[in-house]
Design a protein around this ligand. Structure first.
Ligand code: NDP
Length: 445
């Protein structure tokens, strides 16, 4: 394979999908060498079959707002690859959602799910519906209408969606209710469900905790730990909240959190009581992060900015894609950052990744570092299948073991001649080889 040629061809065939091109580019150039050691892959055009999704569903979602007006949005489900298990991946509700973004996420998910060691293929879905400012009744009507269409294309052994940006326990519950009504079946068709109806303990915590477990493993390679480190976190949603919780448990100091309007910086650190306030503010009152400074006036709120200009030891981006630009990465490195571990999907631009790797700091891409979320989703599927619930301790132990294993695989496939671990290469090659072998075994289908 010639990575450049494959990429150009995909760009020509699927224009106007820059995030998809970006995700594919990163993978192609890191697996090219390994891929070309296996001429049998090229004989069956494996790379094109791996880059292009198996199928894509697009549908109109019609719902009524609280004023009785009929609204329309576009819904999608991208089923990327199911060679190692049923399609699996979250649903995103955000005004920015489009096909290119969901194709990037479904592509990444395929490699991530492969890394988890659990039997899950890759998928992603969502809608350009924004829950921001909507009443709970509007969100419910939207979720029901979305599921009315999606239900035909998913199932516990076919495709198992979960949450992502804008989709948390509330939205998963509404979608599950509609699926159950339509199919008259109680099954593990979604993960991230409420604990009362088949959800797994530790699922809400899993992505954030998993990212910090991965960070711990990276720091261990330098004989270091989270204790006493200052940490920048972006976002204040599900991933950011539980990332902060685990950092606090391990003795780190969280300096920032953010939302799409700006960030807060607390020089005294966001401690347990302050994090409880943020969780209540965001999860119950659905408020904005700027309200933090009304309650804790020694902190500052910076509107319209991201937190990367602040000085700290560690950065854990946990909001959205391309939130760390090349310039922001340079600032982080100049300010002495020693590790960047991605809770969000593709938060660093290609330029930012180059800066981190050239500075030889510890840098973990999302597909490795945030795989804890889908891992516990996989464990939720196992519990649903055996109609049992495991204890929080059991799930957390398994999560920890999975993150250690992913780290070990990254080191195995990504260690360079000078000893530097290229976690991007390690994750891509390890994730790719398993999917490629399964594709070879299953023939050209
Ligand atoms: P949430 O919706 O719970 O939180 C998202 C947070 O990011 C909010 O604070 C939101 O602010 C902020 N945000 C969203 N879009 C933007 C934007 N364009 N610019 C700046 N800030 C933004 O989502 P999650 O915490 O679940 O997801 C966060 C990231 O983690 C995403 O990249 C997701 O794909 C990834 N991820 C999530 C997993 C999970 O299990 N939930 C698993 C693996 C990865 P606001 O409130 O203003 O919108």
């Amino acid at each position: 394979m010639n990575a450049q040629k494959v990429l150009e061809d995909l760009k020509r065939r699927f224009p106007n999908e820059p995030e998809y091109h970006q995700a594919v580019e990163e993978v192609l150039f890191t697996i090219e060498e390994e891929y070309n050691k296996h001429p049998e892959f090229d004989r069956v055009n494996l790379i094109e079959r791996l880059c292009i999704p198996d199928r894509i569903y697009t549908f109109r979602v019609t719902w009524m707002d609280d004023n009785g007006k009929i609204q329309t949005n576009t819904g999608y489900r991208v089923q990327h690859n199911n060679v190692i298990g049923p399609y699996k991946g979250g649903i995103r509700f955000h005004s920015s959602v489009n096909l290119g973004i969901l194709k990037f996420l479904a592509f990444e998910q395929t490699f991530k799910n492969s890394l988890t060691t659990l039997p899950m293929g890759g998928a992603k879905g969502g809608s350009d519906f924004s829950p921001r400012g909507k009443s709970s009744a509007e969100v419910m009507r939207f979720c029901q209408s979305f599921m009315l269409e999606l239900a035909r294309n998913i199932g516990p052994d076919t495709d198992v969606p979960a949450g992502d940006i804008g989709v948390g326990g509330r939205e998963v519950g509404y979608m599950f209710g509609m699926y159950k009504k339509l199919t008259r079946e109680f099954s593990g068709v979604l993960t991230g469900k409420g604990i009362e109806f088949g959800g797994s303990l530790i699922r809400p915590e899993a992505t954030g905790y998993g990212n910090v477990y991965f960070l711990q493993e990276m720091l261990k390679t330098k004989g270091d730990s989270v204790e006493g480190k200052t940490v920048l976190i972006s976002g204040s949603g599900n991933v950011a909240q539980y990332t902060a919780e685990k950092v606090l448990q391990l003795g780190g100091k969280v300096l920032t959190m953010s939302d799409s309007d700006g960030y807060i910086y607390d020089p005294d650190g966001i401690d347990r009581a302050k994090l409880d306030y943020i969780m209540e503010l965001k999860n119950i009152y659905r408020g904005r992060i700027r309200e933090y400074v009304d309650v804790y006036p020694t902190a500052k709120y910076v509107a319209g900015q991201k937190p990367w200009g602040e000085k700290a030891d560690i950065a854990l981006p946990s909001a959205t894609q391309n939130e760390i630009s090349e310039e922001a990465a340079q600032t982080l490195v100049q300010n002495g950052v020693i590790a960047v571990s991605e809770g969000a999907n593709m938060p660093s631009t290609p330029g930012a990744i180059r800066v981190f790797q050239q500075a030889k700091i510890l840098y973990a891409p999302g597909k490795a570092a945030n795989a804890g979320g889908v891992s516990v989703s996989g464990l939720e599927m196992s519990q649903n299948s055996e109609r049992l619930s495991w204890t929080a301790e059991e799930v957390d132990n398994r999560l920890h073991a999975i993150m250690e294993n992913i780290h070990a695989n990254c080191v195995r496939y990504g260690t360079e001649s000078d000893g530097y671990v290229n976690y991007v290469k390690g994750a891509n090659v390890a994730g790719f080889m398993k999917v490629a072998k399964a594709m070879m075994a299953q023939g050209v289908v």
